[in-house]
Ligand binder design. Structure first.
Ligand code: HEM
Length: 565
């Protein structure tokens, strides 16, 4: 009897099946690839310079297996090698990176190229069709409703919650005195508290455990979305749905949506009950009207208003008309009021989506922004001393709260914030999906419809063409004489054009109140220098090494006398 096993019929069938399968797959891929090469996307895309590609997968290996800070490092390395218009193929998907302000202006200043990149889709279960990800008519009509709620009169009424919450976080931070700790945790917490109050009207006093759970859920949702951006396998819904992150996401969204829905329901009920009693809250128009009080107009223009004036957004309302204290209404109250009085046709679901969007957009961005400022001041003590001296000029040794007028006098602090946003823009890239071909200024390259344009804010902000020592932290980059002739699109931390950040003025005001309160109470120190920062590539720029800081109590004396004591 032979010891060699004769292949059975089932073995033969299986092998045949496998051969058929491989042949069909290979033929399918070959046909698909041939067709792809005939497409306009492929032909025009390949006229743009970029790294060498591999068949089918293109440049996908550039990101494979890398964590978020390695991706950031790779992106920076390639940004040095390639030109201001660079293409990358992720399989069949074409990404075009732009880092030349003239080209960026063509995209951001357009009313056509307003669609967000596909990568924003991870926000959809949370934010629905809120302002950040919606498009077309829906986005346009909602932008018209939301942008005016950020009028300077409304923002002025937020000074009190900005102050109160800043004081609260100062008290919480005292427990860290003398230790090294991650300041981002505190900045994140205070930012959510401020947003709960200004977006939803939930104060610490009215806040029950659901407010705390909500804040935690917002922070954890940001983490899950962050993971989905850089872990390749989590990008696919089919895989994501089988992970524990998906189950966690459902739980978190129940908490988030549960609270927004509950608050909207209660506020609407109160609005209707009050209306029956003849109590009607002021309308947005009334709150933003020029005051007739005494005809005195305050100039509310800040340094940033000049810096951003060429960016053609819709935030330059008639700010000069602002006068005096007005009743405070949260964004949610304003939306309910305008939907109930018939000024705007916005449903409860849409209001929920917009409130959720403001809670997300206003949270991670300002938490990262304020953490970067504090760490930079912890490194550059002379700059911190100058910031404090300006605050001492304004407040002396008093512990009083900041007024809106005080914030107008915080000119050096404002330059410090802008410079920090230049070096470490919380939104380091902006993504748009092109629906139409567009020709940019650089070499008249045509960017084809279907491509995703990635605007590299981080890289633009460090261009030697616009900044003398681009990698050096120097607040004087924002002295009027240095900004007046610079290309407006060389500084776009809040994006620009019709889809720019609606929260820009809110963010700048909040950052001034928060940071001035912290710096009037503490001296900050960082043992980590800038070259040791490990940055992560994501929708929000953060440090993977943590925002480590040490604080000491501040004596309220000018910095010169401090040194000699
Ligand atoms: C330092 C703080 C902030 C920075 C750097 C920042 C930056 C940005 C950027 C770059 C965009 C455009 C994103 C894109 O096109 O992909 C944006 C959009 C937006 N931001 Fe901000 N933001 C900040 C704070 C805020 C705050 C405090 C709020 C609200 C309270 C807010 C609300 C929004 C909204 C609603 C959008 C979407 C606008 C639209 O698509 O029409 N942001 N932000």
């Amino acid at each position: 009897m032979s010891l060699i096993l004769e292949p059975t019929e089932s073995h033969v069938n299986l092998t045949r099946l496998l051969v058929y399968f491989v042949t069909v797959l290979a033929t399918g891929l070959w046909v698909w690839n041939r067709r792809r090469k005939q497409t306009r996307l492929y032909k025009l895309g390949n006229k743009i310079p970029g790294p060498d590609t591999l068949p089918l997968i293109g440049n996908a290996l550039l990101a494979a297996g890398k964590n978020s800070s390695e991706i950031m490092a790779t992106a920076m390395e390639y940004a040095q090698t390639y030109t201001s218009v660079t293409r990358v193929w992720m399989g069949p998907k074409l990404y075009i990176f732009l880092t030349e302000p003239d080209d960026v202006e063509v995209i951001l200043n357009s009313h056509v190229h307003i669609d967000k990149a596909d990568d924003y889709r991870f926000f959809a279960p949370w934010l629905g069709e809120g302002l950040l990800i919606s498009t077309g008519e829906k986005w346009r009509s909602h932008r018209k409703i939301i942008a005016p709620t950020f009028h300077i009169n409304i923002l002025k009424s937020f000074i009190q919650p900005f102050n109160q919450n800043s004081r609260n976080v100062v008290e919480k931070m005292r427990r860290e005195m003398g230790k090294t700790f991650d300041v981002h945790d505190y900045m994140s917490g205070v930012t959510v508290d401020i947003l709960l109050e200004t977006a939803m009207g939930i104060t610490r006093e009215t806040q029950d455990k659901s407010g705390f759970d909500y804040a935690m859920a917002v922070m954890k949702m940001c983490e899950i979305i962050h993971l989905r951006h850089y872990k390749l396998w989590l990008r696919f819904d089919a895989f994501f749905k089988f992970t524990s992150y998906f189950k966690e996401q459902i739980k978190l969204l129940n908490i988030i949506h549960g609270l927004t829905t509950k608050v909207i329901k209660e506020k609407k009920k109160t609005y209707i009950e009050n209306k029956e009693k003849g109590i009607i809250p002021p309308t947005l128009e009334e709150l933003t009207q020029p005051s007739q009080d005494n005809g005195v107009k305050t100039n509310t223009k800040t340094l940033s208003d000049n810096v951003f004036k060429g960016l053609n957004d819709d935030l330059d309302f008639n700010d000069e008309n602002d006068v005096g204290e007005k009743k405070r209404l949260a964004f949610l109250d304003l939306m309910i009021e305008s939907s109930q009085n018939g000024t705007n046709n916005i449903t409860d679901t849409e209001i929920k989506e917009e409130v959720d969007t403001i809670m997300f957009e206003g949270h991670d961005t300002t938490a990262a922004g304020s953490s970067f400022v504090l760490c930079l001041l912890g490194i550059y003590h002379e700059i911190q001393a100058k910031v404090y001296d300006e605050l001492y000029d304004i407040f002396g040794d008093s512990d009083r709260q900041a007024t809106f007028d005080d914030t107008l006098r915080m000119k050096y602090l404002e330059r410090v914030i802008l410079e920090s946003l230049r070096l470490y823009p919380p939104v380091p890239v902006i993504g748009r999906k092109l629906k139409q071909d567009v020709t940019v200024v650089t070499k008249n390259f045509v960017l084809p419809a279907g491509a995703t344009v990635v605007i590299g804010t981080f890289k633009i902000h460090r261009s030697p063409k616009f900044y003398k020592n681009p990698d050096v932290f120097d607040p004087d980059n924002f002295l009027p004489e240095n900004t007046q002739n610079r290309h407006y699109y060389s500084f776009i931390p809040f994006s620009a054009g019709p889809r720019s950040c609606v929260g820009r003025k809110y963010a700048m005001l909040k950052l001034k109140v928060l940071l001035s309160t912290i710096l009037r109470n503490f001296r900050v120190y960082s043992n980590v220098t800038e070259d040791q920062f490990t940055l992560q590539a994501d929708i929000i720029l953060k440090r993977t090494d943590g925002f480590r800081l040490r604080i000491e109590p501040r004596k309220r004396v000018p910095s010169a006398s401090y040194k000699t004591e």
